[in-house]
Design a protein around this ligand. Structure first.
Ligand code: ADP
Ligand code: MG
Length: 557
């Protein structure tokens, strides 16, 4: 596996406190610490999972069902426990969903390893068996995956809805998936023959007030700025938008230049000249036909007045990132010098309007033609709901993006885990002795997903698992747990769909984490801070890193 290759030599786990721990003892302690985390996460898996209320030292309360958030907020001491948090971070960066599953699977892999270690199997043998089994599991997932067409909007919505169905806001999964899929389709672009959805192009804004049902998609941009001049229009239809990344003002003289003024007339002259310059700039804007002006920097007082007189709506001090979004959404060009502004540089939107949302005024640039940047405005009665909605929408946007990347899905509800476990068990027979034991344990561990989904739905996994196995044995690849009705059903027919990439990443991340923890046989204390590998920044860097990891992994297969 990619990372396990890099750490061929046995890693020494370094802890900050004055402590040390060696050999089997260190191993078992690490396993226990990591498992404690996965035990906490288990009860939140799936649509019937419970939520967690996290309370900080200061008494702040956070209610969530989001795996990554739980892990991030937990106060963890043991380094192996913190490694589990890293698993969650990795999977979140790579595919954006599947956090709980990966941590639960990692915990189960470690639990099974603990039993093997106690029986005298060496951790290195377990690691080898696990890695081979993981490859088989991935191969099986590829085999059973269902291709999707990006034109099949209904299917895309089902994928978003499955991700939302295990969230607190699941009751609104239908309208929200509609918004999410429309947003992804709007910003989709083709790069080197691949469909790319850059999540940076989907702006997510949240405002308290009204209810979650009022969450909406804006085919354009929302700017958090107010129109300052009372005489300016508050709404412009058929907006033609000029975008300027400089100030609309007289350029300030630099320190070296001197201005010799000897009489009051000269001052007056000077002011007149300045006014004339501003007047000319405003005229220039008006002659291009622009009726909206968006500035990154400041706006001269007189310019305000003159723009208002001409019926031009203007906002200033808009962040550069937002200005770029406006350009993307409206098809306009950002210019730095008004002298070169032409009609062709103007962006277009059906409506630009200032609205009062909650207790703030915001400018909506809406109904743009083919906007390559859109916005989702989340509304909700309280901060906790709005924050959890933001996290959930993010996950759902991620899974839709994942399917654009790799156009394959699997049905969920534990069906793929039972099917891969079956394949791994068969494969285990081809391995020798103790490695075979490890591969069988890997297969057993995979079944933790359907087992936990069942338990969380109030079913007994001891009854469900054997039944599921025998149905799969008869060739029903998609038999899984319908957690709402408490029975085994075909998950494909129920349209519970998840991206193949998420399912693969769960196995990759969980195996990596388990292997990493199993390879540690010594904990040594250190007082120096530990240098960490820099995380790649930006969407492109992340994408490259993701590809590199995937390639490394598949080259092992
Ligand atoms: P994760 O953080 O791993 O995504 P979730 O709490 O979102 O954890 O649960 C995901 C699991 O729930 C997946 O195994 C998925 O197949 C399952 N799931 C989602 N919707 C349903 C459903 N309607 N019926 C059964 N299982 C479902
Ligand atoms: Mg999920």
């Amino acid at each position: 596996m990619s990372t396990s290759r890099k750490i061929q030599a046995k890693p020494v786990l370094i802890v900050k406190e004055e402590s040390s721990d060696r050999g089997k003892n260190a191993q078992l302690n690490s396993i226990r610490a990591a498992r404690a985390i996965s035990e906490v996460m288990k009860s939140s898996l799936g649509p019937k999972g419970m939520d967690k209320m996290l309370v900080t030292n200061f008494g702040d309360v956070l209610i969530t069902n989001d795996g990554r958030t739980m892990l991030q907020e937990m106060d963890l001491q043991h380094p192996a426990a913190r490694m589990m948090v890293d698993v969650a971070k990795t999977i979140d960066n790579e595919v954006g969903d599947g956090t709980t599953s990966s941590v639960v699977l990692a915990g189960e892999l470690l639990g099974k390893a603990e039993q093997l270690i106690k029986k005298g199997v060496h951790p290195a043998v377990i690691v080898d068996g696990y890695e081979k089994a993981a490859e088989k599991a991935l191969e099986t997932l590829e085999k059973i995956a269902i291709p999707v067409s990006l034109r099949n909007i209904d299917e895309l919505k089902k994928i978003a809805a499955t991700s939302l169905s295990s969230k607190i806001i699941a009751n609104l999964k239908e309208p929200l998936s509609e918004i999410i899929v429309s947003a992804a389709l709007s910003v989709k672009k083709e790069i080197a023959g691949e469909n790319v959805v850059d999540l940076d192009d989907v702006m997510v804004e949240k405002r308290l007030g009204e209810s979650l049902e009022s969450t909406s998609l804006i085919s354009g941009v929302i700017i958090n700025k107010e129109i300052l001049h009372p005489a300016m229009p508050r709404r412009v239809e058929k907006a033609k938008i000029a975008l300027l990344d400089k100030a609309l003002d007289i350029e300030k003289a630099n320190f070296d230049s001197k201005l010799q003024i000897d009489s009051p007339e000269q001052i007056e002259d000077f002011i007149k000249q300045e006014d004339a310059v501003i007047g000319r700039l405003v005229d220039k804007i008006a002659t291009t036909g622009a009726n909206v002006l968006i500035l990154q920097e400041d706006l001269n007082k007189l310019a305000y007045y003159l723009l208002a007189e001409k019926g031009i709506l203007a906002v200033r001090r808009v962040q550069q990132t937002i200005l770029k979004k406006v350009a993307k959404a409206t098809g306009g060009h950002i210019i730095s010098n008004l002298d070169v502004l032409t009609e062709k540089d103007l962006g277009f939107a059906e409506v630009v309007e200032q609205r009062t949302i909650g207790d703030a005024k915001m400018l909506f640039i809406e109904d743009c033609k083919n906007p390559h940047s859109v916005a989702i405005l989340i509304r909700g009665a309280n901060k906790r709901v709005v924050d959890e909605a933001e996290r959930s929408i993010h996950d759902a946007l991620c899974v839709v993006r994942d399917v654009f990347r790799e156009q394959k899905i699997v049905a969920g509800g534990g069906a793929p885990e039972i099917e891969t476990a079956r394949a791994v068990r068969k494969f285990a027979l081809t391995l020798d002795g103790k490695e075979q034991l490890a591969a069988v344990s890997f297969a057993d561990a995979l079944e933790i997903v359907p087992a936990t989904l069942s338990e969380n739905a109030g079913l007994n996994s001891i009854d469900i698992l054997p039944e599921l196995r025998s149905i799969h044995e008869k060739g029903e690849v998609w038999a899984g747990v319908n957690v709402f009705e408490g029975k085994i059903q075909d998950m494909k027919a129920l349209e519970v769909f998840e991206p193949l990439s998420v399912k693969k990443q769960i196995i990759i991340s969980a195996t990596e984490a388990a292997v990493m923890i199993l390879k540690v046989d010594e904990l040594v204390s250190t007082k120096k801070p530990i240098r960490r590998e820099e995380e790649p920044k930006g969407e492109r860097a992340k994408e490259e890193k993701r590809r590199e990891r995937m390639q490394q992994f598949t080259s092992m297969m």
